[in-house]
Ligand binder design. Structure first.
Ligand code: HEC
Length: 151
C-alpha cells in the first residue's frame, strides 16, 4: 500500500527539515570552546604516564642510566645480600662481624666464592644468595665486599 502526500505537504516537510538542520548547526557552534576551556579539558584527559624513550632528555628529566658492565660488590650486597647479611637472619654472618667471619675467611676466598655461587646446603644461603639476575662475577664481588668489610 502506498500513501501519496499532496505536493504542498512535501514542501512543508522540506521547510521543517531545513529548519531543524539549521538549529542543529547553530547548537553545534554554540559549544565551541575558548582556548582556556580547551586547555583545561586537555589537561583533564591527558594520559597519566608518557613513554619516555631512552636517550630522550626532553621528557621525564634525566633518562635512567642503563647499567653498563657489572655492578660493584657493594651494589650487589645492598640489593641482594643485605636482607640476611646485615640482620643476621637465619644465622647469616653479618657484614662487619669479624668473629662470625674469621673461621669462614680461614677457608680461603675460593671456598667462599663457591659458597656464594652455590649456596650452603641445608641453610637459607641459596645459590647466588637467591639473586637470579646476578652474574657469577657480581656474586664474587659481593663476597669479596663482605670479606673485606669483616676482617
Ligand atoms: C636468605 C638469606 C640470605 C641471603 C639473601 C644471602 N645469604 Fe649468604 N648466607 C646466609 C646464611 C644463613 C649463611 C650462613 C650459612 C652457614 O651456616 O654456613 C650465609 C653465608 C654466606 C657466606 C659464607 C659461606 C661459607 O662458606 O662460610 C657467603 C660468602 C655468603 N653467604 C654470600 C652471600 C652473598 C654474596 C649474598 C648476596 C648475593 C648472600 N650471601 C645472600 C643467608 C643469606
Amino acid at each position: 500500500m502506498r500513501a501519496y502526500l499532496p505536493k504542498d505537504r512535501l514542501i512543508m516537510i522540506r521547510i521543517v527539515m531545513t529548519a531543524i538542520a539549521l538549529v542543529a548547526a547553530m547548537t553545534a557552534s554554540a559549544i565551541e570552546l575558548n582556548d582556556s576551556q580547551r586547555a583545561a579539558i586537555e589537561e583533564r584527559i591527558a594520559p597519566v604516564g608518557e613513554v619516555c624513550l631512552q636517550g630522550d632528555s626532553s621528557c621525564g628529566g634525566a633518562a635512567v642510566a642503563v647499567s653498563s658492565g657489572p655492578r660493584s660488590g657493594k651494589e650487589v650486597f645492598d640489593a641482594a645480600c643485605m636482607a640476611c647479611h646485615s640482620t643476621g637472619a637465619g644465622g647469616a654472618p653479618k657484614l662487619g662481624d669479624v668473629a662470625a667471619w674469621a673461621d669462614r675467611i680461614a677457608k680461603g676466598s675460593d671456598a667462599l666464592h663457591q659458597s656464594g655461587l652455590q649456596g650452603v646446603p641445608g641453610t637459607s644461603m641459596m645459590a647466588k644468595g637467591g639473586c637470579m639476575n646476578c652474574s657469577d662475577e657480581e656474586v664474587i664481588a659481593a663476597v669479596d665486599y663482605m670479606v673485606e668489610g669483616s676482617q
